[in-house]
Write a new protein. Structure first.
Length: 204
């Protein structure tokens, strides 16, 4: 499996992607009573901290050594630890009513193992909320026509994006893992050119 323990973080603050996603994420979570939530790929801990301030009991893991170091310094009361979606996380941490994984799956070499890990971490009847950059016909066409393909699909970003998901392919992955009631929200720009999409799926 690809080693991404060296993924770099500039700070423990919210990223541009997190700032874009949180205004849609928080209303989604508001329909659920604040409870335990597992942040799969918590990065620098900034989103975990934002959720903690909303009353959630957050546990998170990330393979980035630098990210977790920054998270532990900035948010010492949160349980944020080094770990990977390739680990047996449910055996280590148990199960949760909600699993969150923001802008992670595009970095994952083995997405089916990631999806199985996510599924195993969720209690029966629980919810997974997974975001990733949005890709679709019109957005891809616009990027091609405007010469943005090289910068968007760059091969020069160490530990960067290696999978590029559409609603169809992400739905297939989550369905294969056993999730049901899969739906999507798009965030950033107009829908056909959205920056990211958020999949909401339920474990039976």
């Amino acid at each position: 499996m690809a080693d991404i323990t060296g993924y770099k973080w500039q700070s423990a603050g919210l990223t541009d992607a997190a700032c874009l996603i949180l205004p849609t994420l928080l209303p989604l979570l508001s329909s659920l009573a604040p409870n335990k939530i597992f942040d799969l790929g918590c990065g620098n801990g900034s989103v975990a901290n934002a959720l903690s301030q909303e009353g959630w009991d957050v546990v998170g893991i990330d393979p980035s050594v630098e990210g977790i170091q920054q998270a532990n310094v900035a948010y010492p009361t949160l349980r944020l630890e080094n770990g990977s979606a390739y680990d047996d996380l449910s055996d280590q941490y148990g199960q949760f009513p909600v699993l969150l994984s923001l802008e992670v799956i595009e970095h994952v070499y083995a997405p089916r193992l990631y999806a199985k890990t996510a599924y195993d971490l969720i209690q029966p009847g629980g919810v997974a909320i997974i975001s990733t950059p949005y890709h679709g016909y019109w957005k891809n066409l616009v990027m091609a026509l405007t010469g943005k393909m090289d910068s968007h699909f760059t091969a020069l970003w160490d530990h960067g994006h290696i999978k590029f998901w559409s609603m169809k392919t992400l739905s297939v992955l989550l369905s294969e893992a056993g999730f049901i009631d899969i739906r999507f929200e798009r965030v950033g720009r107009i829908p056909v050119l959205a920056k990211s999409m958020i999949a909401i799926a339920r474990k039976p």
